[in-house]
Design a protein around this ligand. Structure first.
Ligand code: ATP
Ligand code: MG
Length: 582
């Protein structure tokens, strides 16, 4: 038998089916069995391969000549790959991996800028049945070493401009046997296991028989963002595509003719689950922009390439807000049909700001590296409630529970938990099985976040359990205080922590970065404090405000409150491998 699948999907495999109409009806009619039918299986319920479903399935059918990847370089150069070309390229790369001896289950990492080889390489790793580990290209030597050492990676894709950071720690990585050099580079050093991607793939066959991975075979491992502590290697399996495909329809509303742009780097889970698997399993054309953040460039991309669905993050939206309202006026962005955001809570102010600019609401959704797919979302046909993460994805059963696992009634804060068993649930934390086990209690997966649910089933984020502030017996989530702060016209960003206090246990302290054109002063501090005081419960307003130029953030753009705390209190900073440097 060739690489063709034997189980053909019952549904029209080339037509994505966006939810239209009633949310309750969709939830009632949905089950994971139906979602399975929309995929190609080698053996139903037993073997499936993500890369086959993302690439080959389309290349072998009606979508062969459809553009799968439209790549835009930081210098504006472009490369376009149809699904047929992606199949051939990923096959050549898979042959390269076989040639150097990569076997099923091996961990193969990618330390690349957002060049096409990052996307092709990830799919090729999955085709051979190995486990892909994408690394963010801004990582320094220690961050690379930690992850390669922990995972026991045997091979890595890299490129000339990044290689020296790997070389700094290479001697400490005995498991790492192969270095695949992409792009232009000096002659590979065979003694160091270096091979040339271009040289080998140019001579490699465009045919490849995809590994018949079982549903439980590991596919991708992602180290978490490190917002709350040392990053953990969350491991996913091939079965996860069931969730990623259907949630890309439900929450991102992907439809056949969409031009989709996910701004996340594949170093973070959003960049693989929805920067590769979600759109491609639905046969969608996706845009990748390899350059950095710049408001004019970003708006310009949306206009020039007629982006219809855009998935981005609160930090990017806040930076666009900071750049002012005159910039977007230069661009026609009426092509946009749907906008989503993930990674941090989306301040209501951002939705209010975005409405006239994009002519629609930005849809917040919530999930984690561990969940592998969007779990709670503001859906296209639903009313968006600014500040809420939305309602559960069909097939997902979240709950707000107390510490014993009892569900709490609407309106009461508690631990956000999910009933285990959805297809993209992480399978382990690499080398940390007991930590993994500790996340499952009383029949729930504990997310580590705190939230509440309203009467209509919308979920509202309070904060990470570690970040919730206890002030004189009141629990305060930093998000509500930060959201009130950014409503002030001078405030660009805010990070809120609990500062130890003899009387009150903790007081609310805010670190505030101002928008361009505003000067710090004691009067402004007082004005901001009063502004927030009028909006929040008396105990929740920040007793202390400190102006800062910027807030410490992870490279995926999340405010690192633990670092604000450590610096404020002169405590050790802990793992800072994911800290963005300015
Ligand atoms: P670490 O686990 O290493 O501390 P992290 O939790 O930031 O890092 P991720 O898995 O990238 O790593 O992020 C998931 C977390 O991000 C969620 O648990 C939640 O705290 C936060 N988050 C993501 N999306 C949202 C959202 N829409 N609203 C509120 N919080 C969100
Ligand atoms: Mg986490």
């Amino acid at each position: 038998m060739g690489a063709e699948a034997i189980h053909k999907p019952a549904l029209d495999q080339f037509s994505v089916q966006p939810i239209i109409g009633d949310y309750e009806e969709t939830c009632k009619d949905f089950d994971w069995e139906t979602a399975k039918d929309a995929l190609d299986w080698f053996e139903r319920d037993q073997s499936i391969n993500i890369a086959h479903n993302c690439i080959d399935r389309h290349a072998n059918g009606k979508l062969a000549d459809k553009v799968g990847l439209h790549w835009i370089g930081g210098d504006g150069s472009e490369k376009i790959y149809t699904f047929k070309q992606l199949k051939e390229e990923t096959n050549r790369c898979a042959n390269l991996l076989k040639q150097i001896g990569i076997a099923k289950g091996d961990r193969v990492f990618l330390f690349l800028n957002r060049i096409p080889e990052l996307y092709i390489g990830t799919m090729a790793i999955l085709k051979v049945g190995a486990v892909a580990g994408p690394l963010f290209s801004a990582f320094g030597p220690d961050a690379i070493k930690d992850r390669l050492e922990d995972s026991g990676a045997v091979a890595i894709f890299t490129e000339a401009s990044l290689k020296s950071r790997l070389e700094d720690v290479r001697s400490e990585l005995p498991d790492l046997k192969h270095v695949i050099l992409c792009g232009e580079h000096d002659a590979p050093d065979a003694a160091k296991g270096e091979v040339s991607y271009n040289e080998i793939t140019a001579a490699a066959s465009p045919e490849f028989e995809v590994e018949r991975t079982s549903i439980d075979d590991y596919s991708i491992m992602h180290y978490t963002s490190g917002t709350t502590g040392k990053p953990k290697g969350a491991v996913h399996r091939h079965n996860s595509i069931i969730s990623q495909k259907s949630t890309a329809q439900f929450a991102l509303d992907l439809q056949d003719n969409d031009i989709y742009w996910c701004t996340a780097d594949p170093g973070w889970v959003t960049g693989t689950s929805y920067g590769m698997i979600g759109p491609w399993s639905n046969g969608i054309t996706q845009l990748v922009y390899a350059g950095g953040f710049d408001p004019d460039t970003w708006y310009g991309i949306i206009e020039k390439h007629q982006v219809t669905v855009w998935y981005t993050a609160p930090t990017a939206i806040r930076m666009l807000m900071k750049a002012g309202d005159e910039v977007p006026k230069k661009y026609d962005m009426t092509c946009l049909r749907h906008i989503c955001s993930v990674g941090e809570p989306l301040n209501p102010e951002a939705i209010v700001w975005g409405k006239p600019i994009f002519n629609q609401a930005i849809h917040d959704n919530w999930w984690q590296t561990e969940t592998g797919c969007i779990m709670i979302a503001n859906y296209p046909p639903m009313e968006v409630r600014p500040g809420s993460m939305g309602r559960p994805i069909p097939g997902i059963q979240p709950g707000i529970i107390d510490d014993e696992g009892n569900e709490m009634p609407p309106g009461q804060e508690g631990n956000l938990a999910v009933r285990p068993g959805w297809p993209s649930m992480f399978q382990t934390y690499w080398n940390k099985q007991s930590m993994y086990d500790s996340r499952f209690q009383n029949g729930w997966y504990l997310t580590g976040d705190r939230a509440y649910k309203d009467e209509d089933g919308y979920y509202w984020f309070i904060g990470r359990s570690d970040d919730v502030i206890n002030t004189a017996g009141h629990l305060v989530g930093p998000f509500e205080v930060e959201s009130a702060l950014v409503e002030h016209p001078a405030v660009a960003e805010a990070g809120v922590i609990g500062k130890p206090d003899k009387e009150r246990m903790e007081i609310v302290k805010a670190f505030v970065a101002l928008k361009d054109g505003h000067e710090t002063s004691d009067e402004l501090k007082e004005e901001i404090r009063l502004f927030v005081r009028n909006r929040l419960a008396a105990h929740a307003y920040p007793r202390e405000i400190q102006f800062v130029d910027s807030l410490p953030k992870t490279r995926s753009g999340k405010i690192m409150r633990r670092l604000l705390k450590a610096r404020d209190q002169g405590l050790p900073e802990g793992d800072t491998s994911t800290l963005e440097e300015f």
